[in-house]
Structure formats: structure tokens, C-alpha cells
Design a protein around this ligand. Structure first.
Ligand code: ZN
Length: 123
């Protein structure tokens, strides 16, 4: 699996918004797209956002394709994935790998619908 960051964002936009931007702060669907980065400007509350706001991917400084890879490893593995293994396979530090595993476990409880859809689409 070798998706680009942009492709990962698009996958998330389809899952969370059915492709139509929705402001995570005020729920407005009136948005202007920025030319780059797949960020949006809300025409109702004037904040800018991307599809990752409010998800486990928000403000982590880890590329989305690495997150998606980690999700596959953690959620599809028959045995628990170790921090060392995740760090090696995804290409992040052990600290980051440890954080990602903890964050994914938390998301399994809090964002289960999103994760289920993602894992289905990642096949
Ligand atoms: Zn808004």
C-alpha cells in the first residue's frame, strides 16, 4: 500500500463527509477550498480546517500514509504488534510508534466507525 498524503486525505473526506466539506467547529457545509493542501475555509465561522480535525490523525505530525499503514498493522494483525515492529515497518521512531499504538487503541473505542470504514477501504 503506497498512498500519497493527498490520496489519504481524499479517502478520509469520502468517509467522513461523503466528499463534501463540513466544518468541524460549526457544522456548516459552506466552505471555500484552498488551492493547496486540501484545507478549507469555513464561510460561516471563518476558521480553516482539514478533514483530520477531530480524528486520531489531528496534529500528530505523522504522515497519513504512515498512519494508514500503522492501522493496517495494528487492526489486522492476528497477534499484538510490538512497538519495535511498528517502528520498523512504518518507518517512525519508537516513541512515535508507541504513541500511535496507544492512539489507535483509544480510537478503536472512540472512533470505531471511522476505523472500520478505513480498514475496509484499505483492502
Ligand atoms: Zn465553521
Amino acid at each position: 500500500m503506497s498512498k500519497t498524503h493527498q490520496e489519504c486525505l481524499r479517502v478520509l473526506e469520502v468517509i467522513r463527509w461523503q466528499g463534501k466539506p463540513r466544518c468541524p467547529y460549526c457544522d456548516s457545509t459552506s466552505a471555500s477550498a484552498f488551492k493547496s493542501e486540501q484545507r478549507y475555509h469555513c464561510n460561516t465561522c471563518f476558521t480553516s480546517y482539514s478533514v483530520t480535525v477531530g480524528t486520531l490523525f489531528h496534529q500528530t505530525h505523522v504522515d497519513l500514509h504512515k498512519w494508514f499503514h500503522a492501522l493496517e498493522l495494528v487492526l489486522k494483525a492476528s497477534r499484538a504488534v510490538s512497538v519495535r515492529q511498528l517502528a520498523q515497518e512504518v518507518g517512525v521512531s519508537k516513541n512515535t510508534a508507541s504513541y500511535m499504538i496507544a492512539r489507535i487503541r483509544k480510537a478503536v473505542e472512540e472512533e470505531s466507525e471511522l476505523l472500520q470504514e478505513l480498514v475496509r477501504l484499505l483492502d
